[in-house]
Design a protein around this ligand. Sequence first.
Ligand code: RB5
Length: 140
Amino acid sequence: MKIAIGCDHAGVDLKQILLASILKDHDVIDMGTNSKESVDYPDIAKLVAHAVTSGEAERGILICGTGIGMAMAAGKVKGIRAARCSEPYSSEMSRRHNDANVLCFGARVVGSGMAEKIVEVWLNTPFEGGRHARRVGKIE
Ligand code: RB5
């Protein structure tokens, strides 16, 4: 699966941990940022969201301090279903019921072990379709 990943300055360290662990065997496009210098999270969210809607990537992952700003920004892009998840149950359900195509979380909220589990579950859980497809269609 091709995954676009991005973060702001708050998420740089956690992104590097994930790239070296749970994401190391995936085809990942890193859309920045890669320094601790302050950047605006909507700029990164836009890059990742457009990578997903254009088909350059199948899914996107966004990390900021809380995950909130990234989810708000990515969710403004038509076709993006961004889910902010701080534990694996929500990340699983965001796939099963909501067909989330962008996962967001906060580097100041979750530790690296929890983030790895959130990502692992999210990447490996299919959309259930059926009645959920009707509901997702209403979002679109
Ligand atoms: C940056 O300080 C912080 O506001 C950002 O990472 C994010 O948490 C916003 O939602």
